[in-house]
Design a protein around this ligand. Sequence first.
Ligand code: SAH
Length: 430
Amino acid sequence: MGRRKSQNHPAATTTTGDDQSLNQHQQQPTKIRFKVDGEEGEVDGGGGGGGQEDATASSNLDEVMCDPDESTTVADMTVDASASASASASASEAHDSFPDDGDDHQTSADYYFDSYSHFGTVLEMLKDIVRTKTYQNVIYQNKFLFKNKVVLDVGAGTGILSLFCAKAGAQHVYAIECSQMADTAKEIVESNGFSNVITVLKGKVEEIDLPVAKVDIIISEWMGYFLLFENMLNTVLYARDKWLVNGGVVLPDKASLYLTAIEDAEYKDDKIEFWNNVYGFDMSCIKKQAMMEPLVDTVDQNQLVTQCQLLKTMDISKMGPGDASFTAPFKLVAERDDYIHALVAYFDVSFTKCHKLTGFSTGPRSRATHWKQTVLYLEDVLTICEGEALVGSMTVAPNKKNPRDVDIKVKYSLNGRRCSVSRIQYYKMR
Ligand code: SAH
């Protein structure tokens, strides 16, 4: 998962590749860079980059609509009853020309709270080939794990993982999904002829009655941005403790979080310094908020200045819910002389119970996934020389009020030839 935030940058396009095992493919540079003034080309979505200039004749307002000589006066707006009747007739005609919604009573308000019900969210996940193909390979290439086993799919979505498991020979699959997508999953299971093997259960994992006491395997795609955003890991641990048979298998069973540092002057200017002068006004109070919110985006591997540091590995088959809160030290050694504008976090997951170790990484040197990377901008621009180390620690914990949000505290210091700094910064993923 990890897809609730709407992102303004489309994910990199990916191509099919069979072996996704700990993929280290060359990542395509995917950042959309806004062109500087005077250059033509890429669209900037209207708000980015060039906000400091005065409006010019390039305004996109429809001139006919705002021509004062042409505008409708109040007198013109007076209509007689017949005109109004025909207007409402044509309104109902317009209504009638839309097909019946059938059972679809979802409104945008529902989608706001239940984004997983929307096919767009599901599409993004399914089209993430690194993600979906890895699960498919794990299941199809390790049928010995599934043969005649009872499987629990935690957060089934469309039921794709359940379908893979059923095809791999599972005796029965229970697919729990709390969003409206559960109804769609039932339909998909039926139309693919798996109703006798897959039972879709609509509801929250924490509230549902499972028709069996124990399961042999728990499979789930629970990972959020920064691995822990949305805190679905807790749901998997809950299911594990309640239903997994002694010696049962959790897929995936390992997840690790990493940290590195990047040069990112252009983007920091574009996303953070932008607020210093917005059409001539000081909006730097927003800058503070922007600094506090980690940015989910793809990072070009050429921006990497330091080595990567493993922060934490979680063993999903053994850990307790409290283990998702931790403080981990880091030492990021510079591989070249450069500036550092931000830290970058990413994760990998692995399935160690397979014949051959399988998994995927969401790092900047790997093929892009919809999780991208998580960028944490630093207050200071650090100047670092090759061989010097940015040292510190990162503390990660679910937010106390809203456990789906993640609080992050970063302590860092650099004592280098060009730069000496020590600071604590707080961030919140929400
Ligand atoms: N397994 C699917 C969907 C993964 S997204 C796939 O791989 O494509 C995670 C799904 O878990 C979402 O559809 C979300 O609605 C569901 N989910 C999250 N928390 C849940 C909970 N506590 N109980 C049931 N479903 C949950």
